[in-house]
Design a protein around this ligand. Structure first.
Ligand code: EPU
Length: 422
């Protein structure tokens, strides 16, 4: 298991290129199941979650390889084992997004129920409800979701809202299944996240007929078959947001290339309110801070609201603001594993249910801390850049799930991060 030693405080300065989006790549990889033949995906990042997804596709019968230029080739001509095994699914919850495409392609699927998760209880009832509406028979046996649609799927009007709003992967699952259903499907209260729009664009390129992309009402005219595709995934808005906070928390200046500000309005708006300058530049932007941070109130919401995947990183930032901030988590009310760790670094945080009151402090102090989930770990890296002394972060494999060699990208712009294998 690797450990990071991060020496701080540092001031970051320079250029960073934002990679392709992890959360766009995973459903797009699953979408290749829908068509026989070889698809070529570009800008898919080199992350452990992507490797797990590749392993999963290979188990189903696909051939998966990386070209020298980095493109990911998936040949899904043969799918002879429509089973998502527990040993793989337990390593990555997003594996659930093979359920819809397998059902549509093979008429049946067995996928392990995802288990517990560091960010809280994450049911999949809406995925199942949506697929049942399309005519699938679904039951749970020995920890597996067994789904069957012997006579194919039928288009329907489906409402997909839940207690916390829309569901990203639930929308992905039902959307993918509906592309091959007989007739018209309407998904109402669909997730509007850019990653879902990217998936829909990819599906249309494969021959699907989807309209309403980017809106909460997706209309899908079922087609008989889809074709393999060449597709480039969008830049990672969460990675971009994390690097923006890195510039802000170190009073530095970063030029982010390959960053779509249009997908990040809520984040950019908050950062500007905190006192950070963000100017569009080329295919990205320049982000700069002067060390003075104003407090902010943040509520996480489905897109286009403020993303839960940047909540932890902003908590690290607001720990150093001049005054009190409030952070309310409305997507995953228990996504607060980083609170105790940031407190070990002298952040002043008080938890009241799904709300954290952040009383700004003058300095963060280095400490040994534990990475718990992907975004919580990113927050600890950011805190480590600003804290005085050497912060040691254990279990950095959590960071590697979503940030490609983060130390090799932060060190050239002024960070002092050493990875040690222990
Ligand atoms: N929900 C239900 N029932 C369901 C599905 C979801 O009640 O059947 C609830 C969840 O418990 C949660 C809310 O709906 O309260 C939203 O969950 P959603 O289904 O949208 O989450 P997800 O699709 O499982 C994706 C991302 C997460 C990101 C969330 C929210 C991927 C691979 N994962 O998860 O990303 O936090 O959407 O935006 O796209 C991450 O990258 O670190 C990460 C966790």
């Amino acid at each position: 298991m690797d450990v990071f030693h991060i020496e701080g405080p540092v001031r970051l300065s320079g250029s960073v290129r934002i990679n392709g989006s992890k959360n766009a790549s995973l459903p797009v990889m699953a979408a290749t199941i829908l068509a026989g033949g070889k698809s070529v995906l570009s800008a898919v990042p080199h992350l452990s979650d992507i490797s797990v997804c590749s392993e999963l596709l290979v188990e189903l019968g696909c051939e998966v390889s990386r070209e020298q230029n980095g493109d990911l080739c998936i040949d899904s001509s043969v799918i002879d084992n429509p089973v998502g095994d527990y040993e793989i699914v337990r390593r990555m919850r997003a594996s659930i997004c093979i359920l819809g495409p397998l059902l549509a392609r093979c008429g049946r699927a067995e996928v392990s129920m995802p288990g517990g998760c560091a960010i809280g209880y994450r049911p999949i009832d809406i995925h199942i409800r949506g697929l049942r509406e399309l005519g699938a028979e679904i039951h749970i046996k020995n920890g597996y979701i067994i789904a069957e649609a012997r006579n194919g799927l039928r288009g329907r009007e489906i409402f997909m809202g839940g207690p916390f709003g829309s569901t990203v992967l639930g929308t992905a699952n039902v959307l993918m299944a509906a592309t091959l259903a007989k007739g018209k499907t309407i998904i109402e209260s669909a997730a509007c996240e850019p990653e879902i729009a990217d998936l829909a664009n990819c599906l249309n390129k494969m021959g699907a007929k989807i309209t309403g992309i980017g809106s909460p009402r997706l209309v899908i005219e079922g087609v008989r078959q889809l074709n393999p595709v060449e597709f480039k995934v969008i830049p990672d808005r969460i990675e971009a947001g994390t690097f923006m906070v890195a510039a802000a928390i170190t009073a530095g200046q970063l030029h982010l290339n390959n960053c779509q500000l249009d997908d990040m309005m809520a984040v950019v708006d908050k950062l500007r309110g905190i006192g950070i300058t963000i100017e569009p530049d080329g295919d990205g932007c320049v982000v700069a801070g002067d060390g003075r941070l104003k407090p902010a109130d943040i509520t996480t919401q489905p897109y286009p609201g403020f993303p839960t995947d940047l909540q932890a990183q902003f908590m690290a930032l607001l720990s150093l603001a001049e005054g009190n901030s409030i952070i309310i988590e409305k997507i995953f009310p228990d996504r607060f594993m980083h609170v105790a760790e940031l407190s070990r670094m002298a952040a002043n945080l008080r938890k009241e249910g799904p709300t954290i009151i952040v009383a700004g402090v003058k300095k963060l102090m280095a400490a040994p801390v534990m990475a718990s989930d992907l975004r919580a770990s990113a927050a600890l890296v950011l805190a480590g850049l600003a804290a005085e002394g050497t912060t040691t972060i254990n279990r950095v494999y959590h960071i590697d799930r979503g940030y490609e060699k983060i130390e090799e990208r932060l060190n050239p712009v002024g960070a002092k991060i050493v990875r040690e294998s222990v």
